[in-house]
Write a protein that binds this ligand. Structure first.
Ligand code: PMP
Length: 429
């Protein structure tokens, strides 16, 4: 479109690593100048309808005035200050909100800076809790196959060891107990055999297991698997029966994405430790939190170490906390359930893909839509096609999926769904 290019793509290609990419065979990156509402603007002039909400996070779209104002007001007062020995209003306000909206048992909050780090903190909490109780045998974690919890070392150790992006590091990772991935899909009749198998794993391993870690209802990067709430309820019951803590990783599912504010609500259970991130700030800043119960926090605090051994530099960043407060208020002030239901209706358009060759499943839950193929997708190729159709969708493995900003209208979802249909029908993968 003949616009002058200022983003130096050659420099980018030669010097900058993008997520999960090679420096010698980079996949194309698209130069973005700005984003507003649910539109991503390329330097080359195209406006792309966003289907990804920047990996689950930009639930209110981009540049929402309420979030922007929260940042501007806070930056005038203080953009960052160390959290050691200091507190401030944005952190206190945010933690009040988090304690109020998450399951009631969760009363203590640790603020960190990314989802992976909140998982590291959750694991430390679980290990330290048992040590504080004088239980030294509980040094392992239990987790379902097909899970994904982040890219740092403890988080990688509980990702699916075979299918995950981390199998390369297996020799360096602590070994944990993997149980079968949830099989019964959300909405199907629960297969009781699953509960039976889970019980066998708990029976065999519980003495060495500090905590069970799981993504509630949606296994995200491990296959976009929407599973039956009864699996999660069974895990909660077995954790109680066998003295194992339950860590729920709602980094992707938190803040309404599945139709409930937190996905644990589908199973009506409460975890002992909860990780949140991504949509916590509406995608405006990087922030995560790990919440836990009084019992665990007091246990750790009265244990031999007496403190929780973690303290990132940008812990409780005031800008991020202020924007998180604004994002949570913005979400809860509107009829967000109706908006998610509306998006789910629009996502039903994806079912048309069922008629196409190589499509093995189409599924939706809340504001998530997934089309699964029986073949691995060439991301660069399909993405070029999507950009030519003015949509931003980034497939992964055999999956093409949508998790649009909540402010998207039905017409935009239809455009996204039509682009997916056309990409598969025209074999642009
Ligand atoms: N857990 C889950 C379920 C996730 O989806 C992700 C991010 N994809 C993470 C943890 C890691 O979060 P982050 O990328 O912010 O470190």
């Amino acid at each position: 479109m003949n616009k002058k290019q200022t983003i130096d793509l050659d420099f980018d290609r030669q010097h900058i690593w993008h997520p999960y990419t090679s420096m010698t065979q980079p996949i194309p990156v698209y130069p973005v100048t700005h984003a507003n509402h649910n539109l991503i603007h390329l330097e080359t002039g195209e406006q792309l309808i966003d289907g990804m909400a920047s990996w689950w996070s930009a639930i209110h779209g981009y540049g929402h005035p309420v979030l922007k104002n929260a940042v501007i007001e806070q930056v005038d007062k203080m953009s960052h200050v160390m959290f050691g020995g200091i507190t401030h209003q944005p952190a206190v306000e945010l933690c009040k909100k988090l304690v109020a909206i998450t399951p009631s048992k969760l009363q203590k909050v640790f603020l960190a800076d990314s989802g992976s780090v909140s998982v590291e903190v959750a694991i430390k909490m679980a290990l330290q809790y048992w040590l504080s109780q004088g239980v030294t045998s509980k040094q392992k974690l239990m987790t379902p196959l097909k899970g994904y919890h982040g890219d740092t070392f403890a988080a990688m150790s509980v990702c699916d060891p075979i299918n995950s992006m981390h199998s390369l590091y297996q020799g360096f990772l602590p070994e944990h107990v993997f149980v079968p991935a949830p099989k019964t899909q959300f909405g199907q009749q629960f297969d009781k055999l699953e509960a039976h198998h889970l019980a066998q794993y708990f029976e065999e391993h519980h003495q060495h297991v500090a905590a069970f870690i799981i993504e509630p209802i949606v296994q995200n990067a491990g296959g976009m698997n929407f599973y039956h709430p009864e699996y999660l309820r069974t895990v909660r019951e077995l954790c109680d029966r066998y003295g194992v803590l339950l860590i729920c990783d709602e980094i992707a599912t938190g803040f309404g994405r599945t139709g409930k504010l937190f996905a644990v609500e589908h199973a009506d259970i409460e975890p002992d430790i909860l990780c949140i991130g991504k949509a916590l700030t509406g995608g405006m800043m990087t922030l995560s939190a790990t919440l836990t119960t009084d019992k665990i926090a007091i246990g750790i605090s009265e244990g031999e170490a007496g403190v929780l051994m973690h303290g990132p530099t940008f812990m409780g960043n005031p800008l991020a906390c202020a924007v998180a407060c604004a994002s949570i208020d913005l979400l809860l002030e509107q009829d967000w359930q109706a908006q998610i239901a509306h998006l789910n209706d629009a996502l039903q358009a994806l079912h048309r893909c069922n008629d196409l060759e190589h499509v093995v499943d189409v599924r939706t839950l809340g504001a998530i839509g997934v089309v699964e193929l029986d073949t691995v997708i060439d991301v660069a190729k399909i993405q070029a096609f999507f950009v030519s159709k003015n949509v931003w969708i980034r497939p992964f493995g055999k999956l093409i999926y949508l998790m649009p900003p909540y402010i998207s209208c039905s017409g935009d979802i239809t455009t996204l769904a039509n682009a997916i249909y056309a990409a598969i029908a025209g074999k642009h993968y």
